[in-house]
Design a protein around this ligand. Sequence first.
Ligand code: ARG
Length: 342
Amino acid sequence: MPSVSADDEWSPLRSVIVGRAAQSNFPSEPPVMIANTMPSQYLEEFRPNHPFPEYISETADAELNQLASILEREGIKVYRPKNVDWCKIGGYTGSMPRDGLLTVGNHIIESAYAWGCRRQEIALAFEDILRELAQDSSVRVIRAPTPPFPDTIYDGPAGGGVDGHPWVINNSRIAFDAADFMRFGKTLLGQFSHVTNSKGVEYLRSQIPQGYSIEMLDVTNPHAMHIDTVICPLRQDLLIYCPSRVSEEALRKHEFLRDWDLRPVPFTPKPRVEPPSLTCSDWLVMNVLVLDGKKVIVDGTDTEFAEWMRELGMEPVFCPLRHVNSIGGASHCATVDLVRLG
Ligand code: ARG
């Protein structure tokens, strides 16, 4: 088995990275970024560059250990990052590796984070994993380009996106988060967002393996950050989407989705209140890791979603991730697919 090889989001998962949540720290980005990407009802509890409440980080860490065990029990090889004290270094978290690493075929590409506070995340916690993966000579590990100093990404005028949305970053340097992209065979589908600009997409186009291409999805989400609460392919020819963030029409514009079964999430997700959803919208309900086009990791408390998964022919595998949700994501965000048997 190669150590890195994935062309989609649903073929049988054989190898994966699962993040760690201990000592997570509220990200310290400018107020304009926080206000545009974090849920407004919790802005008062959002304390940039302060530790997340200990019960949240500690329980989230235990939840991720459990996720790792579940995946191992499914016969999947699991890599874990190093523990880092993100509070000490003014960073964010090791629990959201999906944001920082993008697997495309046999390449694994590090994000050029827009957020300055995340710049060291991969180097500090995931370096050993990347070194191990690179021992397989078929694999290409592509580290992030060095950002310019001083960083001008917030210096205005904004306009990094090309579709008229007022993103808070400009296009003065390369910026993208891996979680703004998903694999659909030789095509990646991405979105512009508050963390992904056109220079970032151009850069990514220059780094992906030959024969792969990137198409950009027209989203209608003024708070866009990460495509995995907008769409989620469950298996070949079946994709669910958030109807308030993207339209069926926008999806159908992509030739490869022409004949897919495209299903809007048919309910409004229940608010995540305990612990409070400090960093994400309730659309995290659809942020799921698919194991093999049938089994899918679902939080046990999302009963309505689990029921809907069954109706769609999927098999929910329950894993509580509420405290992980509070820090920044669910089972899709907290993992990086390394090998999927295509
Ligand atoms: N910004 C998204 C929302 O609030 C959450 C995205 C989480 N995804 C991730 N890869 N961290 O709905």
